[in-house]
Design a binder for this molecule. Structure first.
Ligand code: UD1
Ligand code: CA
Length: 456
């Protein structure tokens, strides 16, 4: 039996009070609609169609090749939105999942279970429902005395008695594909909002004596629909808990999981210990046996095994095994720290490769430079890479020793085993094993400090 999927993502999201279209608001670092597409993809549908309208180009860009798109030029309601997909699904046999781009917590497992329920029970329409602690704002499920689903009533159309019902429409449905579009053709706008509701398709099919049912989800949280920023924060919290528990089950220690922020696609190896207030973002991959202390933020970076990172920011960089970074270091994009590198406090590394065992202990700026193995940077070394117009690149070979408070004015080459005296300003290449001293000679003037005021 073929599976198809339609994701509704054309609404503006007025209640978000935002310039950003609702389904693009992020949960755990990923647009809500991308989470929905992830879950839907788990069903392996033959066709996945996203209905776009407000912010169509931005939504398309966020989802890319994984979905086809149809445009709903005017937002006349969810039923009208689904009907836009008819051009791509007309007359196909099979079953179609309809879901909303603002329900980011749905999982592939639940969708799959609902699909199986729908097929095994030979349903023509199945609505996913949940029991809500506070059903306000959701559509309510109307059942008859025997418990059979009759129809769905929206909050704004509900009588006082209907508003008491706690079983809600989660906004996900599975329909016989052909019957879906037949039913949608009969949906009208006779309701409080004057919109075409997809929810009416359930009542229409039931009235036509089709087999209609409900799959009740066990966890209401998974159905959370995000209409405003408060619900967005709930979704964030639940997603965070879900992600963090997954990592802990897989052998990662989180000291304070409530306050550890790991985005959805981050990968972490076993026996890595992560303290509170750590943020791991984007396509970050972290190896095993690492220690990541409080206050660290790692974005789109790859960290090897047995690395220690304390109170530091790492962006778009690679750090190999055995290295340690921080406290208070900033590793900026396109940097690579090979094995056992040490970058200490108040040091900034940018677009630089540091060879095995190299040390940048304190207060340095190391930018646009290739550095060999076991190079030692004294405190306060600055690679002067920018003259206000252009950036220049330098090379520092293995075992060089760069004395404290030196300036390396790029572009220069410093050879193997070269020694640069502390306080030098290096403007010319230094040959291997040479000692370069580039600082003014000290002059002492006898007793010239006499008459200087005394301080106690
Ligand atoms: C909807 C359901 C409600 C359900 C709730 C679950 C309807 C009529 N109501 O209400 O029963 O309990 O979701 O979260 O379906 N959209 C379009 N085009 C439109 C209108 C909406 O693409 O013309 C999209 C929106 O972008 C959104 C989704 O459909 O992703 C749902 O629309 P929304 O306005 O949020 O519906 P709710 O009021 O939450
Ligand atoms: Ca909604």
């Amino acid at each position: 039996m073929e599976r198809y999927a339609i994701i509704l993502a054309a609404g503006k999201g007025t209640r978000m009070k935002s310039n950003l279209y609702k389904v693009l608001h992020q949960v755990a670092g990923k647009p809500m609609v991308a989470h929905v597409l992830d879950a839907v993809s788990g069903l392996n549908p033959v066709k996945t169609i996203t209905v776009v309208g407000h912010g169509a180009d931005a939504v398309k860009a966020a989802l890319g090749e994984r979905s086809e798109f149809v445009l709903q030029a005017e937002q006349l309601g969810t039923g009208h939105a689904v009907a836009q997909a008819e051009v791509l699904l007309k007359d196909l046999s099979g079953h179609t999942l309809v879901t909303y781009g603002d329900t980011p917590l749905l999982t592939a497992e639940t969708l799959d279970a609902a699909f199986k329920f729908h097929i095994e029970n030979e349903m023509k329409a199945t609505v996913l429902t949940a029991i809500a602690p506070d059903p306000f704002g959701y559509g309510r499920i109307i059942r008859d005395d025997l418990g059979h689903v009759q129809r769905i009533v929206e909050q704004k159309d509900a009588s006082l008695a209907q508003a008491e019902i706690t079983e809600i429409n989660t906004g996900t449905y599975i329909f016989d594909n052909r019957l879906l579009f037949e039913a949608l053709a009969q949906v009208d706008t006779n309701n409080a909002q004057g919109e075409f509701y997809v929810t009416d398709a359930i009542g229409i099919l039931k009235a036509a004596n089709q087999h209609v049912g409900a799959y009740v989800m066990s966890d209401f949280n998974e159905s959370l629909g995000v209409n405003d920023r408060i619900q967005l924060s709930f979704a964030e919290k639940i997603m965070r808990q879900r992600i963090n528990r997954r990592h802990m089950r897989q052998g990662v220690s989180l000291i304070d999981p409530e306050n550890t922020y790991i985005e959805s696609d981050v990968v972490i190896g076993t026996d890595t210990i992560i303290e509170a207030n750590v943020r791991l973002k984007g396509k970050t991959i972290i190896g095993s046996g690492n220690f990541i202390s409080s206050g660290t933020e790692i974005i789109d970076s790859t960290i090897g095994d047995n690395v220690s990172i304390r109170q530091s920011v790492i962006e778009e960089s690679i750090i190999h095994q055995g290295s340690d970074v921080g406290p208070f270091a900033h590793i900026r994009p396109m940097s690579e720290l090979l094995e056992n590198v040490h970058v200490g406090n108040f040091s900034e590394i940018k677009k630089a490769t540091l060879g095995r065992g190299t040390k940048v202990g304190h207060l340095s700026y190391i930018g646009d430079v290739s550095v060999g193995e076991d190079v030692n940077f004294g405190a306060g070394v600055i690679i002067v890479n920018y003259d206000g117009k252009s950036k220049f690149h330098s090379e520092i070979a293995d075992y060089a020793f760069i004395g404290s408070n030196s300036n390396i004015i790029s572009p220069v080459k410093v050879g193997e085993n070269a020694l640069i005296a502390a306080g030098s300003t290096i403007t010319q290449d230094v040959e291997a094993a040479d000692l370069a001293i580039a600082r003014a000679k000290q002059v002492n003037k006898t007793a010239r400090a006499k008459g200087k005021p005394h301080y106690r």
